[in-house]
Design a binder for this molecule. Structure first.
Ligand code: FEO
Length: 401
């Protein structure tokens, strides 16, 4: 399995990884992940586009042999050097010693740094192309920082197939189908939001530049390095990446993140959620920052326009799991969110100033004064929380969906 015809000249030769628990040792993979690789076989030459993770090298080589038989691939095109796509390079070079690596200059430097490989390479830049014979021309377009600085895309000109690297990728192994037209893709879309927000989320401005660069390219199929090959739902996928990279929320729901040692601050989160509901908000996600996976919380923050953060003071600063999450927001430069802050303490209030300081780095200013609770929730504190939540709901109602 995992050999599939995309067109007469192009085959899918990727692999499914259902064994890795955490992508980049950070992000859970409940549905696995695919490392997509493609073989473009022209009348004269054959090129492998994108590699796979080291543990899957022999599986990929088996796929290459299944299509090419005794014929040898001439080129290995590396769009992106992260080891989930480049790990198998050394083994591939041992099996095919004459293969030429095609990549940007910066990627070739990384090939040398990661794998000590120097021989037989071609450095390509904007607009360069190689011919695999009549009707099979590969053109290269650098798209730096999507997701590393060396990244490029490759375009099979005659067939309008875009090999997009991590761009337009998502978590989730492929369950038999390879193209979106031969599967139900519904569960890949939430995993695309989680993949984008977790992995690429910091680089929104670069994704926007890449989208502008590719605007004029006619595309019949997108072949990313992760997830389905997109053919029938290209507009939706490009639209989703466009919106996410502009930090535009996908809906007017609210993410509520709280930290709570003994349940007092958790009560503020619950009261806020009830007040939001009474005010008409229907999409609310509540996360205990100590327990919910941060990967999913970050995904919800990218999805919803509203954000409420409630946390205690701890060791004279902000409760650590919530601090980690706010740092993740600041690192990714999340914008365009309507935010409320609730802080708690027993003898000295430090949570709120630290929250404000971190969010200010992302240019986020809360829409109302923070609510501060000392020791437990008085009737006044509950009233203030509910009033703030109602104000947030009213504000969200002013935005289009
Ligand atoms: Fe799928 Fe940035 O590697």
């Amino acid at each position: 399995m995992n050999v599939a015809e995309i067109s007469t000249n192009v085959h899918y030769i990727g692999v499914n990884d259902r064994r890795t628990d955490l992508f980049e040792s950070l992000w859970p993979l409940p549905y696995g992940v695919s490392y997509n690789s493609y073989l473009v076989a022209g009348p004269e030459k054959a090129a492998i586009i994108d590699g796979v993770e080291a543990a899957y090298a022999l599986e990929q080589i088996g796929h290459i042999r299944e299509i090419l038989g005794d014929r040898k691939p001439d080129y290995l095109v590396i769009n992106h050097m992260e080891p989930d796509h480049s790990g198998a390079i050394r083994i591939l070079r041992e099996v095919y010693p004459d293969i030429t690596i095609v990549a940007t200059r910066q990627a070739l430097d990384m090939v040398k740094g990661f794998y000590g490989e120097e021989a037989s390479t071609i450095a390509v830049k904007e607009g360069d192309s190689i011919s695999l014979g009549e009707g099979t021309t590969l053109r290269f377009v650098p798209i730096p920082m999507v997701h590393w600085p060396e990244t490029m895309v490759s375009i099979l000109e005659e067939e309008k197939i875009l090999f997009s690297g991590d761009a337009f990728g998502c978590f989730g192994a492929l369950n038999g189908g390879v193209t979106d037209e031969e599967m139900s893709t519904d569960h890949y879309f939430p995993e695309m939001v989680r993949y984008y927000s977790n992995i690429v989320g910091k680089y929104g401005a670069f994704v926007q530049k890449a989208l502008k660069k590719l605007e004029s390219v006619e595309i019949a199929a997108i072949c990313p390095t992760h997830g389905p090959v997109w053919r029938g739902r290209i507009a939706e996928v490009v639209g989703l990446y466009d919106r996410l990279s502009r930090y535009e929320p996908l809906d007017n729901g609210v993410t509520i993140i709280y930290g709570s040692m003994y349940g007092n601050t958790a009560r503020l989160a619950e009261e806020a959620a009830r007040a939001l509901t009474e005010a008409g908000v229907r999409d609310i996600s509540i996360h205990d920052a100590s327990r919910s996976g941060h990967s999913y919380i970050i995904s919800d923050i990218f999805r919803h326009r509203g954000l409420i953060v409630a946390a205690p003071t701890y060791n004279d600063t902000l409760f650590p799991p919530v601090k980690t999450l706010l740092d993740a927001i600041a690192t990714r430069g999340v914008k365009n969110r309507e935010v409320l802050l609730f802080g708690s303490n027993t003898w000295a209030q430090r949570a709120v100033p630290v929250m404000e300081e971190i969010l200010a780095k992302a240019g986020i200013e809360p829409i109302a004064s923070p609510v501060v609770m000392k020791q437990s929730a008085s009737a006044d504190v509950i009233a203030a929380v509910r009033q703030s939540a109602a104000a947030l709901a009213a504000r969200l109602a002013t935005f289009d969906k």
